[in-house]
Design a protein around this ligand. Sequence first.
Ligand code: NI
Length: 200
Amino acid sequence: MIKKRFLYISLLSILGLGIAALIAYYDISKEKNSPKTHVIANNFGGPFTLTNHLGKDVTEKNFTGQYRLIYFGFTYCPAICPTELQKITASLKGLGNKADSIKPIFITIDPERDTVDVMREYVALFHPNFSGLTGTLEQIKQAADAYKIYYAKAKDDTMQEYTMDHSSFIYFIDPEDNLLRIFKTEDTSSDIINFINSTL
Ligand code: NI
């Protein structure tokens, strides 16, 4: 009788240890595999309706379910915007097959000049998967506000044409709309590649 009870208790302990080990293993592997450990903001962004570079209306729902690299800028930008879009392009090329699951998106904050035709010609200079989004002033304002982008027209008397002041962030967003990382101008394409390789 005593032996039997001892055996029973031993078996229970082993079972308990086994379950504890399984839970610990599950937690560790979940942490390792889940990009959620890097989340900066959940449900980042918000509803928008814009027009892509092919003239098709799109909303944020067209991109949910995909990893995204999103950049807001304008095609007349002399230096920073093309550099950042080139950085996204180089990162995607450096990521090989992984790039297939990442959608690059360029959203203009200068919709008065960045028409669908201008956007189509401009995104063609960068990665072939780019979506270039424009819209009305109101639509762009809504999208920029949702993604916490500052922008404003800037002009002084020496200028023929206005330029745009704007935030320069490359957002890396996961398929569930969580913001995983904000790359700034000082980050290189290697920084982007390393981060994405450690996440996906
Ligand atoms: Ni710019």
